[in-house]
Design a protein around this ligand. Sequence first.
Ligand SMILES: O=C(O)CCC(=O)C(=O)O
Ligand SMILES: [Fe+2]
Length: 272
Amino acid sequence: MTLSCQDVDFDLKIAEFRINGYTVFDDMIAPEKVDAIRAAFLPLLANVQERETEVHDLGERGDPRTGMGRLQTTNRYTLTIPWLAPFADPEIYEHPVILEFLDRLWKPDGYILTCYHSNTPCHGSVFQHWHRDTNIGNDIPHVGPETVPIVGVKYPLCDTSEQNGSFEVLPSTQYLALPEYEGHYDEILGKGHFPSAHRLNLNKGAMWVQDVRTLHRGTPNPSPDPRPELCLCYGRNFWHIDQTIKMPESSYRALSARGKQLLKRYRPVVWD
Ligand SMILES: O=C(O)CCC(=O)C(=O)O
Ligand SMILES: [Fe+2]
């Protein structure tokens, strides 16, 4: 059985999110569904791995249906996820628990879906730099807005642990906005005592919500298998982000009313 809204103390989850800068929901997606998504994802990853042998600044390349992505750092890939089955599943992007959480964090219908991508450390990957997924500390120095306007809703396609490169987070750093620290966290965290650094060891089927400001890093994956995690980005209507989900107009027309509202800023493409 997967989690439903009646099982969740949303006030508590909002408090976790506001205090820690992320919150985890277990048992959100049936394991068989995650396995089917993993099976469809691995060939896309293999194509990107074969083509993208060097780290470069040219952005992601390729067709999302067969593998659009790039080598981000040593043995670590980012891919755009195609808006197609089994990835584009309303049981996931319209998950009632996620939408209820976002409705309470922001307001109902006050946000849209802006991107669908993935992060995958493979065998031999190394630590990323400590970073945020936004430049807010530099763009708006000394100001930590109370409510972040964009979040990543992520789900791993396997259990994650120290053995396969689980995500590492420094909780409660989402309000820290001192420009003189930005770009220097590796040095500071490497030298000092920061015992709150925490590995997000997740169960397959979990989904979690990340405040994009919270400091974090990817970690080495010493295992033979890739550790994929897919990320749906949700943002408030007023927040500009230079990313859109692409799909044919016919796919958009087939969405539910809520799906149409969430994806209203999609970019139409012709997929023969
Ligand atoms: O998924 C991970 O291990 C971390 C990826 C990440 O934080 C990023 O690429 O921005
Ligand atoms: Fe990141």
